[in-house]
Design a protein around this ligand. Structure first.
Ligand code: 26A
Length: 370
């Protein structure tokens, strides 16, 4: 037996072929799965709703929350009375599908926890169609997470029951076959929603990024993350190379951190200039504002830039659920490909424009070329 790079093969196998195929595999491995994403895989139960429905469950028109006792029944209500559609969701999983949309095959891998049920099967179908590799932690005893999405006009109210997604753990991340993907990745994307689930896994990825001078991207995800998960959020902050949020999340961050500022540009600047672990990269803070320009602040730079969004005929908008995730996906694809900051923002806005023309956090198939 001749050991070759930790693999062994018998000399009876044609050695030239074996060595060649082995080195080819290695080449592919170093090029594949350059982007690794982590968060909560969810199935969206999405419907066009009305005021009465929001009121019945005490939901705000535009929000993202964790389900409580009083939200019990929302999912059934949506399915039975509002013609709800089942759509693959989970914010960072939408982002991962989005990044894969723009990148060569086998570029993105996504981690999170699911159950062993019909909902997980729907997620598997969706990611397969998107060409996204997933490494799920499967919990046979707990349901796949669900997110009730109520669309009213251009608003979306999301109410999540995390289920199996809440059981993602460090043990899964450290499994040799998963950890080797972590080590192989060149860019990391973590959805801030995962701060409610497994901060230690987030910190492992953050430290892996910093020690290898690889970009670590974090999405603020929702106002409640800034408000109620401040401690793990702040622990991860020194590792953010890119932090992405929308205007509502920026405001919640400023308020919960006593910044005493309301101007989005100033908040972006404050985020960009927080203390940073890896000093080889300047932090970039990106705040999207719906149809208003995207705000970008770079650590140490005085000028805060604005990038207008790509214009779209309002009649073509289907729903804006997942627009932010799509933006992040296009942007992350730009980072993976080493594009300039301007180009990466452009890629994000391009993908967001495609996504809002679809139902839910989806992208058009057949694929449109960038
Ligand atoms: C922990 N929470 C609340 C969540 C989410 C979430 N993804 C992960 N964790 N709450 C809503 N989402 C997802 O956000 C997408 C739209 O941006 C929904 O599943 C939806 O696809």
């Amino acid at each position: 037996i001749i050991p070759v790079n930790n693999f062994s093969f018998h000399t009876t196998t044609p050695s030239r072929f074996s060595i060649r195929s082995n080195s080819l595999n290695k080449m592919a491995a170093s090029k594949d799965y350059r982007l690794l994403c982590l968060e909560n895989p969810l199935l969206d139960i999405q419907a066009f709703g009305d005021e009465a429905l929001l009121e019945k469950y005490g939901l705000k028109a535009n929000d993202a929350i964790l389900a409580e006792e009083k939200h019990h029944g929302l999912f059934e209500d949506l399915l039975q009375n509002y013609d709800a559609k089942l759509i693959a969701g989970g914010a960072a999983q939408n982002t991962a599908r989005g990044a894969q949309y723009l990148l060569p095959s086998n570029s993105v891998v996504y981690l999170g926890g699911v159950g062993d049920d019909k909902y997980a099967a729907i997620l598997h179908d969706a990611v397969k169609q998107a060409g996204l590799r997933v490494e799920y932690r499967v919990d046979p005893k707990i349901n796949t997470g669900r997110c009730g999405v109520v669309i009213t006009g251009h608003n979306r109210s999301m109410c999540t029951e995390l289920g199996a997604a809440n059981h993602y753990d460090l043990e899964h991340l450290k499994k040799p076959e998963v950890w080797s993907l972590v080590e192989n990745a060149e860019v990391y994307y973590v959805g801030g929603y995962h701060l409610t689930v497994c901060p230690p896994a987030i910190m492992e990825l953050a430290k892996q990024a910093a020690s290898g001078n690889k970009p670590f991207i974090l999405s603020l995800s929702a106002p409640f993350i800034c408000q109620f998960f401040k401690e793990p959020l702040d622990a991860s902050a020194p590792y953010w190379d890119y932090v992405i949020g929308n205007e509502g999340e920026a405001a919640a961050y400023a308020e919960s951190h006593g910044l005493n500022i309301t101007d989005v540009k100033e908040i972006a600047k404050a985020l960009a200039n927080l203390p940073k672990e890896n000093t080889q990269r300047k932090r970039v803070a990106i705040i999207t504002q719906g149809t208003e320009p995207t705000i970008v602040a770079v650590q140490g730079e005085d000028e805060v830039k604005e990038f207008p969004v790509h214009s779209i005929d309002p009649a073509k908008i289907n729903d804006t659920n997942g627009a932010g995730d799509a933006f992040a996906g296009g942007f992350a694809a730009g980072v993976v490909e080493g594009k300039s900051l301007e180009e990466s923002i452009h890629m994000g806005q391009w993908l967001a424009k495609l996504s809002i023309q679809e139902l839910g956090p989806s992208y058009p198939f057949p694929k449109q070329a960038y």
